[in-house]
Design a protein around this ligand. Structure first.
Ligand SMILES: O=C(O)c1ccccc1N[C@@H]1O[C@H](COP(=O)(O)O)[C@@H](O)[C@H]1O
Length: 217
């Protein structure tokens, strides 16, 4: 199977269309107000209104209340809910059952011991996402989307009972190495395809997805 790409934090039509037209498997939409990529549910609905059914729509939330998820789902039919906060396994199970939507649960990684947490989510989520944990001293760090990598070597030899996605600081320049080292079959990028936080670069989106296609060939 080829390496599948997610482009996250999209907030303009040109970037959404560029991602779809260059083979993105997932489109990520951020519903987390402190993020520079946060978008209104009505805009989200417009942006994804014409994307083909083979491209999954992912809504990204951080420790959301049910009400926020409900409001978003009333505007845009999501294929996945990405939970990128400190949601417990029970909270994940509740959200999955209540909203009947697949769950992508983010686990923050700085060293190998952080993968232990992943085991607690394998029975409640549909896919895991491994993102770099921001260092405590990092000013203005978000729960994710910081453009930080972790040491992909620590993934070697790890096995999970559900699919997993690699994220954190991925770019067109480093994604082939990241895939080779980690063995990732799914990858996700946000900062790495931006001109500045919250402003996607269509050329960088194209370059990232082209880099994935080259890995396959
Ligand atoms: O993108 C954001 O603003 C964001 C906010 C809060 C949590 C996660 C966020 N983004 C996700 O973080 C990872 C890594 O992003 P990056 O490529 O390092 O910028 C990715 O899954 C984003 O979807």
């Amino acid at each position: 199977m080829s390496v599948q790409g997610k482009i996250c934090g999209l907030s303009d039509q040109i970037s959404v269309d560029t991602a779809v037209n260059n083979g993105a498997r997932f489109i990520g939409l951020v519903f987390y107000p402190p993020s520079p990529r946060n978008i209104d549910p009505n805009l989200a609905s417009q942006l994804v209104s014409k994307i083909p059914t083979n491209v999954d729509k992912v809504g990204l939330f951080v420790d959301p209340e049910d009400a926020l998820i409900k409001t978003v789902l009333e505007s845009v039919k999501l294929d996945w809910i990405q939970l990128h906060g400190s949601e417990s396994p029970d909270r994940v199970r509740h959200i999955r059952q209540k909203f009947d939507t697949r769950i992508l649960k983010a686990i923050k990684i700085s060293d190998q011991s952080d993968f232990e947490a992943a085991k607690n989510y394998e029975n409640v989520a549909d896919m895991l996402l491994f993102d770099a944990k921001a260092p405590k001293h990092m000013a203005n760090a978000l729960p994710g989307g910081n453009g930080l990598v972790f040491d992909w070597r620590i993934m070697q030899g790890l096995e999970f009972s559900i699919p997993w996605m690699l994220a954190g600081g991925l770019t067109a320049e480093n994604v082939a190495e990241a895939v080779k080292i980690s063995g990732a079959k799914f990858v996700d990028t946000s900062s790495g395809v931006e001109i500045e936080p919250g402003r996607k670069d269509p050329a960088a989106i194209t370059a990232f997805l082209t880099a994935l296609a080259v890995i396959d060939s």
